[in-house]
Design a protein. Structure first.
Ligand SMILES: [Zn+2]
Length: 616
């Protein structure tokens, strides 16, 4: 043994062998990078549900116990839109409820409900009933007033009970909202509200039994969300006066303040899409890239943008979902003329896959899947496809191109070019390419074109998941930040997309320069993951699998003095839920794990159909 050690120590070419080994290792790494070699799909974090276990949202909601009563008035201006927003909020939170339209129906018996929601700004249609509702609260009921109230004799009945000591005549401008740190995931700061207007009552609250959760500007601003204990019951009021899709999470979070404990399912996932990636890298130069780096677009993509994006992914554990596009020609007749730079496709695609990412379809070219019944109204200069057969020829080409380059990769995600997809295009994809299980459009309506793919998080019986992307780009503005905190608290989700050419386009922040854009993106990511360390990083398909479970699960809770039992209808293998302990303190958990989020709010990951939480 000693002799052998001596022989090794004295071996003259030891250094050369080390160098040869290092070179062999480098060559192996390069080969793996270039040729793919079996990637991640056997190690997917979350798989799609088997088809027989898929449950739609309406099926899941139909089994809920109806312990909430929603009173609304379809004659109120804007009532229809507000009612629609709250329908999604309550369906997604799996709030079993009866809804009564006071324009056509009388106030029903409400004694047996646990929660009443007055989805009204004018309480007149409730009439004298408001007095008995307040008595019901005093006896242990929970009343939620999400809308900014109109001041009149009926509101004055509840004002004092809500803790309002002073209310001005004028409405207060809500151009930002300060979210108290213990209230919502991501709170503890002020969020700008674009297009804010005089939408809040200018009011002051007493200190007695009142907890404020959100206010204009800072802690001492006009209260926007608060709770008031009244007898054995609770009032929760919101005074924001804005009910857009980007604010849903504020209403979900305030609803959860009502009962002893509130449980609602969430998706728990964070996905980052790279649109047009891999794709042909544009030739030539760009004004801002030239200005900041004195280099070509190609060099910028390969040596600056992509390494920076990979570094961010490493820092925060993000998994990118790239959307492949073969070329940028305008052919819509089925002619195939693409001469893709396959080396670049392979390099980018394989690096993305090796990092645990996913590749989906974007298009053969960037022409949306629309026929001549779609009118782009001059907003886009796209053509429409000449025929179904032409569309099929082009998409087949993309399919075989991706199969060739990434042979063992499941292609299960589709993102439409410019988020435009006709009804016929959607049917075409589902019929012809059954491997596609995720259609990912956008969350917020585009208003201009009715064939933009605007979605809710939803899962269909045929296995196709609607998964809207919520925010985009690196320069995260006030609207996107509001949307981000809202969605963290309604669905516990982040769904984001960016383009490699964002740094080239002044409309997406290019004038700032890539270094500033990157810093802003990093600032957003730092807020996101700092606020929600338990948010799961998922690929597009994994997030869709999470959406299927979220849509299906229907929790039923029984709360006792010493414990609560949560039974999860349609449970498959795991469920993600938010739990707010308003009057109880959790102790031990069986059937899942509880992770503290903020204040009284916890993430419950259930691994059994029945979860028991004991109280301290
Ligand atoms: Zn695109």
């Amino acid at each position: 043994m000693e002799k052998m050690k001596l022989a090794i120590r004295n071996f003259r070419y030891k250094g050369v062998i080390v160098i040869v080994l290092v070179f062999m290792l480098i060559s192996l790494i390069l080969l793996v990078e270039l040729y793919g070699i079996q990637f991640n799909y056997t190690t997917k974090k979350l798989d799609f549900l088997p088809e027989e276990r898929i449950v739609t949202k309406s099926e899941a909601c139909s089994s809920l116990k109806k312990d909430t009563l929603v009173l609304w008035n379809s004659d109120e201006p804007g009532a229809g839109d507000i009612f629609s927003q709250f329908t999604v909020i309550f369906d997604d939170m799996k709030v079993g409820r009866d809804c009564v339209d006071l324009a056509t129906e009388k106030l029903p018996d409400f004694e047996d409900y646990t929660v009443i929601v007055l989805l009204l700004s004018d309480l007149t249609p409730v009439g004298e009933g408001i007095i008995s509702i307040c008595d019901w609260v005093y006896g242990g009921g929970n009343l939620y007033l999400p809308l900014t109230l109109e001041t009149n004799p009926y509101s004055s009945v509840v004002d004092a009970k809500l803790g309002i000591v002073d209310c001005g005549e004028s409405y207060y401008p809500v151009d930002n909202i300060y979210v108290f740190p213990d209230f919502m995931v991501g709170g503890g700061e002020s969020f700008g509200i674009p297009d804010g207007f005089d939408s809040a009552r200018t009011l002051q609250l007493s200190q007695d039994g009142v907890t404020v959760y959100a206010a204009t500007s800072e802690v001492d601003g006009v209260p926007l969300i608060w709770k008031k204990v009244y007898g054995d019951g609770v009032f929760v009021a919101a005074n924001i006066g804005v009910y857009d899709k980007a604010f849903r999470g504020f209403y979900a979070a305030s609803y959860s303040l009502l009962t002893d404990v509130c449980v609602y399912p969430v998706i728990n996932g964070s996905a980052f899409y790279l649109d047009d990636f891999p794709s042909q890298i544009p030739d030539g130069n760009s004004e801002y890239i030239e200005r900041d780096y004195s280099t070509t677009i190609r060099d910028f993509y390969i040596n600056i943008w992509w390494p920076d994006m990979m570094n961010l992914a490493d820092k925060y554990g993000m998994k990118y979902t790239g959307l492949a596009i073969e070329c940028y020609d305008n052919a819509v007749d089925g002619t195939i003329n693409a001469t893709p730079d396959t080396g670049t496709f392979l390099n980018f695609g394989n690096m993305l896959l090796r990092k645990g990412g996913e590749i989906g379809y974007h298009g053969y070219n960037h022409q949306p899947l629309c026929f001549d019944n779609c009118d782009y109204k001059g907003i886009y200069e796209y053509k429409t496809w000449e025929s179904y057969a032409a569309m099929k020829t082009a998409f087949d080409e993309l399919e075989s191109f991706c199969d060739e380059l990434f042979p063992d990769v499941e292609m299960a995600v589709y993102v439409p070019p410019s988020n435009l997809l006709s009804k016929e295009g959607r049917e075409f994809l589902i019929k012809e390419y059954p491997q596609i299980k995720t259609l990912s459009g956008i969350y917020f309506p585009d208003a201009q074109l009715d064939f933009a793919l605007v979605q809710e998080f939803d899962a269909a019986k045929n296995g196709v998941v609607d998964q809207p992307r919520i925010i985009s780009g690196c320069d995260i503005n006030d609207f996107m930040k509001i949307a981000a905190i809202s969605e963290l608290n309604l669905h516990f989700v982040n769904d984001h997309f960016t383009h490699p050419d964002d740094a080239l386009d002044p409309e997406r922040g290019a004038e700032l320069g890539w270094e500033t854009m990157k810093a802003k993106f990093n600032e957003f990511l730092s807020w996101l993951y700092g606020s929600a360390p338990s948010l799961r990083n998922l690929t597009g398909s994994e997030l869709s699998a999470a959406v299927q479970r979220f849509v299906a699960v229907a929790p039923e809770c029984e709360t006792y003095d010493d414990k609560m039992i949560i039974t999860l209808d349609n449970f498959y293998d795991e469920a993600q839920l938010f739990v707010r302990f308003n009057t109880k303190i959790p102790d031990t958990v069986s059937g899942g794990t509880l992770t503290h989020l903020t204040g009284d709010l916890y993430l419950l990951v259930a691994d059994k159909q029945t979860v028991t939480v004991s109280f301290k």
